[in-house]
Design a protein around this ligand. Structure first.
Ligand code: BTN
Length: 323
């Protein structure tokens, strides 16, 4: 009902809308309307109320609800269905469930906070409310499972572009899909696939972006390695506007991937990762390798030349850059 009241108030934002009219249209009592208005105020909506003329919406919070997002989205199909939550264990887990139950390509799960936000390699993703972006997109590409990592690279490119557009700074992608600003992580991706041997059923594209979180809100350990757009730019940014740009970029890069194939994505990723020739330390399945990064291959694996001159192919792990 919150969404319906907001929609009515938005449609009549220049004048007041009487409580009686709202209760008639929504087929609920005037007391129920009043209670809902009170609830919306606690969520940050500024609603003027007068006994004579009714209710008028004069300000909206920076929430990521469908009614806030849909009017500003510029995508053709991505994010046209948004599942919004105030809190969830993880948007990826929710999206996975929805996809198993038949949710369509392009449906998006957004939560204002996550209680068990998941990162790569079994880590946690710090997800306090209202500050950042936590979303998962359901994709159903008609590709074979070995191409799935290209979807991850494609999403990293889209995320890096949104960070660049809003910060005016040049982000770096750290293999496979961390987005760094001045050497610290501002965004991360966790992509999960559900497939058979030769067919993907769906991919869940999980994206977390630190937008307005302050340094002191991070724990000491996270502070050393993470940053946010606000920390880097010295000012808060609109989560809605960032989301709009990210969704548009994702839709665009995903169609490029489907229409033009792997090579274009690999090139875009390489341009933004500048990995060739970097001295790196890689931890992969309990093993630590040191060497020089040569490239990523067409499956998204990192090709490394170790100090004894041997080439190694790393499919998963953690990279540290050495000076
Ligand atoms: C990483 O860099 O380790 C990946 C972090 C991914 C975090 C996002 S937040 C939205 C989505 N839901 C999750 O539980 N994780 C991803």
């Amino acid at each position: 009902m919150d969404e319906e009241i907001l929609q009515l108030l938005r449609e009549h934002s220049s004048t007041s809308f009487s409580g009686e009219e709202i209760s008639r249209r929504l087929k609920v009592s005037r007391t129920a309307v009043w209670k809902r208005v009170q609830r919306l105020r606690t969520l940050g909506y500024e609603i003027e109320a007068s006994t004579r003329s009714g209710y008028r919406l004069i300000g909206s919070p920076d929430l990521l609800t469908p009614s806030e997002i849909k009017p500003i989205l510029e995508t053709k199909w991505m994010g046209r269905t948004i599942h919004h939550f105030h809190t969830l264990d993880s948007t990826n887990s929710k999206a996975y469930q929805l996809a198993l139950n038949g949710a369509e390509e392009g449906e998006v799960v957004i939560s204002e906070s996550q209680e068990m936000g998941r990162g790569r390699l079994g880590r946690q993703w710090f997800s306090p409310p209202f500050l950042n972006l936590y979303l998962s997109v359901i994709l159903r590409p008609n590709i074979s499972p070995h191409q799935a990592s290209l979807i991850t690279l494609m999403a990293a490119v889209a995320a890096a572009d949104a960070v660049r557009e809003f910060s005016g700074l040049l982000p770096l992608i750290k293999w496979p899909n961390d987005i760094l600003l001045r050497g610290r992580k501002v965004a991360g991706l966790l992509n999960e696939i559900h497939s058979e041997m030769d067919r993907i059923h769906f991919v869940i594209l999980g994206i977390g972006v630190n937008l307005n979180i302050d340094e002191k809100t991070f724990s000491k350990e996270i502070q050393a390695v993470a940053t946010s757009m606000k920390i880097e730019m010295g000012q808060a940014i609109s989560r809605k506007a960032f989301l709009r740009s990210l969704m548009q970029g994702l839709e665009r890069w995903y169609s490029i991937f489907l229409e033009e194939g792997d090579a274009v994505i690999l090139k875009a990723w390489r341009d933004r990762a500048q990995i060739k020739g970097r001295r790196v330390k890689v931890t992969s399945f309990g093993e630590t390798l040191a060497g020089t990064a040569i490239d990523v291959d067409s499956d998204g694996a990192l090709i490394l030349e170790t100090e004894d001159g041997k080439r190694r192919r790393v499919v998963a792990g953690d990279v540290q850059y050495k000076r």
